[in-house]
Design a protein around this ligand. Structure first.
Ligand code: SF4
Length: 358
């Protein structure tokens, strides 16, 4: 076995930064050496995150008809996908979905809208109300993914009870122009910096399997480290018919696990969540994502695709000897799990991108 693997693993255990060159070495490991990498990723996850796995749920509050051209996305009006499109849900419907997700066993619930950013004042007022309702329903763990923000809107979101905002970089700066041409990488960075100034936690990651190189994956990780984001969602492309990436060959499950493990060693103390594409790409190896270092996932359905039943994921955690919920949130987690028992998982009513927003 290459001694560099355990040497980098020990470095991560001590909380020392793994370099870009070391990450490039790790992410390309194969066979037994990749298994060794997973072993170290599991040790690091356990040392920094204990036995806790946190789950997020998302609500597709406004879907499709997006003027942007992100090549992976089923919600761009420029692509011929057959998703259902709808404007921002009315208040009653939003409230119902927030409470349904909050009962599912999730630690947080996120309101997600398609588009470059919220449009009218009326729409914005409804979103703020929904954020407040989410915060009350989820013990203060309200999230959102609403696209580009202004300083004022970020402040209003925080005052409404928002704690975390998702805004993915999607890929490396070098590869981004091949994925989106209607806005720039710097536009995305600006929203992230603005969130940090507003003291809102940042959930920011990317999508893998869009034709990017190994170097692009590490470049994205280095950018995220520079930004010092709080949570890193890792999405794996589920090519949607009608999008420009529909014919892309999906990643191999072991390659995905190697990416997750490399990110864990690069970000020992951060939340690493496996989001879009896990069911379709990892298949029977889904439970391995925790061994590869993930400490979170999306529970239930995605935006335009259906996820597993919440109770199946909660059972998987239990079978692995892990526990759902944050440290100190036992009461909340137990309540949520009990509420799920015997509850039919609702059919996927809102579908969309895979936990990523413009
Ligand atoms: S990712 Fe966001 S901005 Fe890009 S096309 Fe999809 S909804 Fe629009």
């Amino acid at each position: 076995m290459d001694p560099r693997i355990s040497s980098i693993g020990n470095k991560a255990l001590r909380g020392e930064p793994v370099s870009a060159a070391e990450a490039e070495f790790l992410i390309q490991l194969q066979g037994d050496e990749r298994h060794e990498l997973l072993f170290w990723a599991n040790r690091v996850r356990s040392a920094f995150k204990g036995d806790r796995i946190t789950f997020c749920s998302i609500i597709s509050a406004k879907q499709g008809a997006c003027p942007e051209d992100c090549r992976f996305c089923s919600q761009s009006a420029r692509h011929r996908t057959d998703i259902e499109t709808f404007p921002l849900l009315v208040e009653e419907e939003l409230t119902e979905r927030i409470h349904e997700r909050a009962r599912s066993g999730s630690d947080s619930v996120g309101i997600v809208t398609s588009g470059r950013g919220p449009t009218s004042q009326e729409e914005w007022a409804r979103i703020l109300k929904a954020v407040g309702e989410t915060s009350r329903a989820c013990g203060g763990h309200a999230c959102a993914s609403l696209g580009v923000l202004t300083e004022e809107r970020a402040r209003e979101l925080r005052e409404a009870g928002l704690v975390r905002y998702n805004h993915n970089l999607e890929t490396s700066r070098s590869y981004f122009p091949k994925i989106c041409t209607t806005h720039s990488y710097d536009d995305r960075l600006e929203t992230i910096r603005l969130l940090k100034r507003a003291r809102i936690e940042v959930c920011c990651g990317g999508i893998f399997g869009m034709g990017e190189s190994v170097r692009d994956r590490v470049e994205l990780a280095m950018e995220l480290r520079e930004l010092d984001v709080d949570s890193i969602p890792l999405n794996f492309l589920n090519p949607i018919p009608g999008t420009p990436l529909e014919g892309v060959q999906p990643l191999d499950p072991m390659e995905i696990l190697g990416i997750i493990a490399t990110f864990r060693l690069m970000f020992p103390d951060k939340d690493i969540k496996v989001c879009g594409g896990r069911e379709v790409n990892l298949r029977d190896l889904q439970s391995w994502m925790f061994y590869a270092g993930a400490n979170g996932a999306i529970l239930g359905n995605y935006l335009t695709t259906t996820g597993r039943k919440a109770e199946d994921d909660l059972q998987m955690i239990k079978d692995l000897g892990l526990r759902a919920g944050r440290h100190g949130d036992d009461h909340w987690a137990t309540e949520a799990t009990e509420a799920t028992e015997g509850t039919e998982d609702t059919e996927n009513e809102g579908e969309g991108r895979k936990g990523t927003n413009g």
